[in-house]
Ligand binder design. Structure first.
Ligand SMILES: [Zn+2]
Ligand SMILES: [Zn+2]
Length: 281
């Protein structure tokens, strides 16, 4: 069964995330496990971890449907070896926080070559960092998100994600998250039936459905191929409600967390209701 949620706030502590998700009628959610604007954070307190697990259990949130997101500051593709080492350490620490919380996935953006290294080299650097973290922390899957291809960010094409999976070479410990806004911005025309099919055919060939571990359901204010990462509420952007109907009724998309990162939290409950209704039709 497809499950729906949003990237909810952890203000006051990570233990509030499952409560915030329950309040909008979600049966999945995403969260940061620390302030995403800071490099390091004090370790999670025992009380916080215990309360998080208790709140998840009370509201029936299964770890498979919780998709934590790492800090935006981490760039595993940094061409500077010292900075890349620091990024790998920070990414490993994020995985450890997930593991402490009993979570089984960590969603991240592959990274950027900063205009200083060719794409294949950046992909190799990213793969090395991910593999080091996977080998250091058990049970947490690294879930690579496609990007809008803005600036020097890599990973906007499914071919690049497929290449990353191959280079990481840890089947079962890596997955992929498709962000609909990013895919459209990268040039996959999800807004038409034909475009949707060709996008998913390419995904199946370059990545494979077995790797799909989650999706971010965002409408978009940018055009197809614009490389603009501007999320919009479901139905308010260029993708439109029909695109989301295709997704939630697509039998190839299995039992995974489908997460809103849309900009108006007041509307999340309504957006979830709409998605769930379309999925049931
Ligand atoms: Zn996303
Ligand atoms: Zn985005």
């Amino acid at each position: 069964m497809k499950r729906f949620g949003a990237h909810v706030s952890i203000a006051g502590g990570v233990e509030n995330a499952p409560l915030n998700a329950a309040a909008i009628g979600a049966d999945a959610f995403a969260l940061f496990t620390k302030n995403q604007r800071q490099w390091s954070a004090p370790p999670l307190s025992e009380e916080s971890v215990e309360a998080f697990r208790r709140h998840c259990a009370a509201h029936h949130f299964d770890p498979d449907f919780i998709l934590p997101h790492d800090s935006y500051l981490i760039n595993l593709g940094n061409p500077d070896p010292d900075k890349r080492r620091a990024a790998t350490a920070a990414f490993t620490a994020e995985m450890e926080r997930c593991h402490a919380l009993g979570l089984t996935k960590l969603n991240f953006h592959p990274g950027s070559h900063l205009g200083k290294s060719p794409v294949p080299e950046a992909l190799t650097n990213i793969a090395e960092g991910v593999r080091a973290a996977i080998d250091a922390v058990p049970d947490v899957m690294a879930v690579i998100e496609n990007t809008a291809g803005q600036g020097s960010c890599v990973g906007s094409s499914f071919a690049e994600l497929g290449s990353l999976l191959e280079k990481i070479d840890r089947p079962g410990r890596v997955g992929v998250c498709i962000d609909t806004c990013h895919a459209y911005a990268a040039g996959y025309d999800l807004a038409t039936g034909e475009g949707y099919e060709s996008c998913m055919t390419e995904f199946a060939a370059a990545v494979g459905w077995e790797y799909l571990a989650g999706m971010h359901l965002n409408d978009t204010k940018g055009g197809c191929g614009s490389h603009l990462d501007r999320h919009a509420p479901v139905g308010d952007g260029a993708l439109g409600v029909e695109t989301f109907r295709r997704i939630v009724t697509d039998p190839r998309i299995g039992s995974i967390p489908l997460i809103l990162e849309t900009p108006e939290p007041d509307r999340w409950a309504d957006e979830i209701r709409l998605l769930r209704r379309m999925a049931a039709e």
